[in-house]
Design a protein around this ligand. Structure first.
Ligand SMILES: *Cc1c(COP(=O)(O)O)cnc(C)c1O
Length: 426
């Protein structure tokens, strides 16, 4: 099934008309497809076959409680990067024992909270952090399960702000130093060396860097297994998505549209599974964008058209505070009208928000539907790193979030009110 498509002249999410949702719940509005979340999770799980694996969904991609609950029901684990994300997982009915804890700057309080909740593993990124974990565990009278994040120094060939596996990035510990670090950490009284972790970047559209990283790190994994009896190897997330999916009714799903030379989840699995099976360890995967990216859209209304001497601007009611990807790392979103009859003709224009920043645009000089005041647009593929990066900049309330499941649409987060915006202030 294809989750976003035109039907009866209007863009739908599953069986729900997006124009109706905008009328009922206002704009801007995030809308997610439950089917797409389920489909992406089960598809990855199936492609990995009988490889001993555990999928730890990267919570930071989309952390709404209803989304976490949906994934928890499918059997997903969670990769968290803060105490706040652990709190969310617990509130959604998950447990610490299905979580891995990543990040370069975990605080003492966060480490304590994770250990108290029986975290599956803390993925450490420095010797100083290992020392602190050991100390916190000792205070609690526990043994802390830890892994080290290795930086394999592989070029992920993605935007520099979302590349994480090169020596010059702040992430992980240099490949050459890891073995010695495990020998040292083995002497710590309250640590259990449970695994090894890596994550080389996000939105990777080629299999090559994944293979390069796995082949580079595999001998180290073998060595740590022999020397320290580690039980898992986490290969991180990073599988990229298509940001220009076809929306014709009856067109195949996102992944089937790709050219032969593009990365599909099946191709990813086919390439990595044999290389990982040889290691004889539990394999962890931490997909975020792959699961959530194409499962959501951001609806926005055109407020004004403004024609200058150099450019045409479509000013919309959503801005970089709702969806920061274009401003933050030149992220691309396909922008389509909700009304099918507005798909042509196209005009060259910038789609811009109301925020007082020149970086507040969703596209520049793009051929776009000629929408006018009151018309609706959808920013496609906004399910990952969309709402979770939203802010109240310019004192703008955050949008509501809707989860569609077949014919049903539920509000899974209400729109912020003006009172919400100042609730914590004196
Ligand atoms: C963000 C992150 C992920 C998820 O990355 P995606 O590109 O969304 O798959 C996985 N692991 C770690 C450690 C991360 O920081």
């Amino acid at each position: 099934m294809h989750s976003f498509h035109y039907k009866d002249g209007s863009l739908h999410c599953e069986d729900v008309n997006l124009a109706t949702l905008a009328k009922e719940h206002g704009s801007p509005l995030y809308v997610y497809s439950a089917h797409t979340f389920r489909d992406h999770y089960t598809r990855l799980d199936a492609a990995l076959g009988d490889l001993d694996h555990h999928i730890a969904y990267a919570v930071k991609a989309n952390s709404n409680l209803s989304i976490l609950r949906l994934l928890n029901e499918l059997g997903s684990g969670f990769d968290i990067v803060s105490g706040g994300e652990l709190y969310r997982v617990l509130q959604a009915g998950g447990s610490g024992s299905q979580c891995t804890f990543a990040g370069v700057g975990k605080t003492r309080d966060e480490l304590k909270y994770a250990l108290e909740n029986d975290i599956y593993c803390i993925n450490a990124e420095s010797i100083a952090e290992l020392e602190l974990i050991n100390e916190v565990a000792k205070d609690l009278g526990l043994t802390a399960p830890v892994a080290v994040r290795v930086n394999p120094n592989v070029d992920a060939k993605t935007h520099k702000y979302i590349s994480t596996g090169k020596s010059e990035n702040k992430f992980g510990i240099d490949f050459e130093l890891v073995s010695e670090l495990y020998d040292r950490a083995a002497g710590f009284t309250n640590l259990n060396l449970r695994g090894l972790q890596m994550h080389i970047g996000s939105q990777l559209r080629s299999i090559t860097p994944f293979i390069e990283a796995i082949e580079r790190v595999a001998p180290l994994v073998q060595q740590l297994k022999a020397a320290h009896n580690i039980e898992f190897f986490s290969i991180g997330g990073g599988v990229g998505i298509i940001y220009d999916p076809a929306l014709e009714s009856g067109s195949p799903d996102w992944w089937a549209q790709q050219n032969d030379d593009e990365l599909t989840i099946e191709k990813y699995a086919t390439e990595i599974v044999p290389r990982l099976k040889k290691l004889g360890l539990r394999i962890l995967l931490e997909p975020g964008r792959y699961i959530a990216g194409n499962a959501g859209v951001l609806l926005t209304e055109c407020l004004y058209e403004k024609k200058g001497s150099a450019k045409t601007f479509k000013v919309v009611d959503s801005g970089m505070n709702d969806l920061i990807r274009p401003a933050l790392y030149e992220g691309h979103h396909q922008i389509v009208p909700i009304r099918e009859d507005q798909r042509t003709p196209l005009v060259k224009a910038d789609v811009v928000g109301p925020i007082c920043e020149s970086g507040d645009f969703f596209c520049q000089d793009r051929d776009i539907a000629d929408v006018q005041s009151g018309d609706l647009l959808a920013l496609m593929s906004a399910g990952a790193y969309g709402f979770t990066m939203a802010s109240n900049y310019n004192t703008r309330p955050m949008p509501a979030e809707i989860l569609v499941d077949a014919t049903e649409a539920k509000v899974i987060r209400r729109r912020q009110s003006l009172e919400d915006l100042i609730a914590l202030e004196k």
